[in-house]
Design a protein. Structure first.
Length: 438
């Protein structure tokens, strides 16, 4: 199929490159010239496993190109995937500004071109956003009726950053919210050949499923971390507890997200929880469990600060900064939040993250760290050794093999372990070791 992908961020650039590698003819669109130039040069605008090679390959064969020109993209495609950001507003509500703008632009381009197009929303948005906000914008700009003159579908994305290419080709499920059967057929055709169940549902159901997923993930992490904290206080190994808890076949609970560890973050879970809770409050629905998932997460982050304080040392080497391994994404990273809290308390920090060194950062993430976190940018080191030379306490927030191999054993700097190091059992007997996740 001829596909246009609007928004070349984490979701868009992975979708575009993967669809191109499946044999579709793809044109990516972004307002950010740097991202467009990177893609056209065969480079991915984000750090993700396999995305670099994949982008280089599909750009070389001509299956993927990028532009800022909406009209050109609409002219050259029959189906459009909208992957623009939907961040939180300061009050926690969902920001739909980018969605509205891109929908207007697509509608205007469609009115000029004529002919049927299927407009597919992949961005995460609250139930009702598509039918109540975006379809009217499309109908006004196109001058036609949705489901008749053009197709509309909602197709939420379930990829996880760090393994997003793998997740694209082996999705946990494919959800298609269709306004009309022809729109659903067009989306199903796009993913033909991929494994996993396909669920064809009404548009608002598709929108809500994404919130069910993300709020449950946050809830599970919060539950595991609270349980871990209580177990630790009572001198019990929470991972052994969880091993047995999860082995109970009758409970049939997926172990995903149920390992006591560090706080969650990233560009999705916190903002999706915030906007769901905000929507519930506006609808006068009391949701005390969901409303407290983020405060549980924040309390867990504070526990990490307290562990560092307990070492009594001032020079901290932080390993890991992105919100999880395998990505350079710093948005709402709990390690960024931790670094900021320690920085604010006057600790002398040096930070190493293989994906976030100033020499490697590209595109939006470079702008993000230089624009929003210039104080942290100055603390970034290019090597593990540079941080080890500085550190009186190593604060370990990553399982990067290069970091694990270099971490000293007992007697050197104190170790504050946020990730339950593979050798945590042995280290527990060593002086200066403290773990958050046991
Ligand atoms: P992102 O911020 O990385 O990328 C969004 C891109 O859209 C940016 O490059 C921006 O320049 C571009 N953009 C904004 N306005 C545009 C316009 N008018 N025309 C063209 N491009 C425009 O966002 P993301 O992390 O890829 O997330 C996109 C959506 O997918 C969000 O709704 C998010 O909640 C959802 N989602 C994200 C993930 C994830 O892991 N990041 C997973 C599932 C779903």
């Amino acid at each position: 199929m001829r596909v246009s992908v609007f928004g070349l961020g984490y979701v868009g650039c992975v979708s575009a490159a993967c669809l191109a590698s499946m044999g579709h003819e793809v044109i990516g669109v972004d307002v950010n010239q740097t991202k467009v130039d990177l893609v056209n040069a065969g480079r991915a605008p984000v750090v993700e496993e396999r995305i670099g090679e994949l982008t280089a390959e599909v750009v070389r064969t001509g299956a993927l190109r990028a532009t800022r020109d909406v009209r050109e993209a609409i002219r050259d495609s029959e189906i459009s995937l909208i992957c623009v950001g939907t961040p939180s507003e300061p009050n926690g509500s969902l920001c739909t500004t980018y969605l509205e703008r891109v929908t207007e632009e697509i509608g205007a381009a469609l009115a000029e071109r004529g002919g049927r197009q299927t407009v597919v929303f992949r961005s995460t948005m609250l139930p009702g956003t598509c039918l109540n906000l975006l379809v009217p914008i499309l109908e006004k700009n196109v001058g036609g009726t949705a489901g008749v003159d053009f197709g509309v579908a909602v197709n939420p994305e379930f990829l996880r950053e760090g393994t997003s290419v793998r997740d694209f080709f082996d999705p946990p499920k494919t959800v298609i919210g269709e306004l009309d059967p022809a729109s659903g057929d067009a989306v199903a055709e796009l993913y033909k050949g991929l494994p996993g169940d396909v669920f064809r549902v009404q548009v608002p159901v598709a929108e809500a499923i994404k919130y069910a997923d993300n709020s449950f993930h946050g809830l599970k992490i919060g539950f595991a971390n609270e349980l871990g904290a209580v177990c630790q206080a009572l001198g019990v190994d929470s991972h052994q507890v969880m091993d047995v808890f999860l082995a109970d076949r009758k409970l049939n609970i997926s172990p995903a997200y149920l390992r006591p560890g560090f706080a969650f973050g990233g560009s999705c879970l916190p903002k999706d929880l915030r906007s769901l809770v905000h929507a519930a409050q506006r609808a006068d629905v009391s949701v005390p469990i969901l409303a407290h998932v983020l405060s549980s997460n924040s309390a867990h982050l504070q526990r990490a600060v307290e562990l560092v304080e307990r070492t009594g040392k001032r020079k901290v080497g932080l390993f890991g900064l992105s919100f999880k391994p395998g990505t350079d994404d710093l948005r709402e990273s709990p390690l960024v939040e931790l670094a900021e809290r320690l920085f604010g308390k006057g600790y002398e920090l040096k930070i190493y993250d293989a994906n976030v060194s100033l020499s490697r950062l590209i595109g939006a993430n470079r702008e993000y760290i230089e624009g929003r976190l210039p104080h942290l940018a100055q603390l970034l080191a290019d090597s593990v050794d540079e941080v080890l030379e500085h550190a009186e306490v190593c604060l370990v927030g990553t399982r990067d093999p290069a970091v694990l191999a270099a971490l000293p054993h007992g007697g050197g700097p104190a170790i504050v372990d946020l990730v339950r190091l593979p050798d945590a059992e042995a280290r527990r007997a060593e002086p200066g070791y403290m773990g958050l996740a046991w």
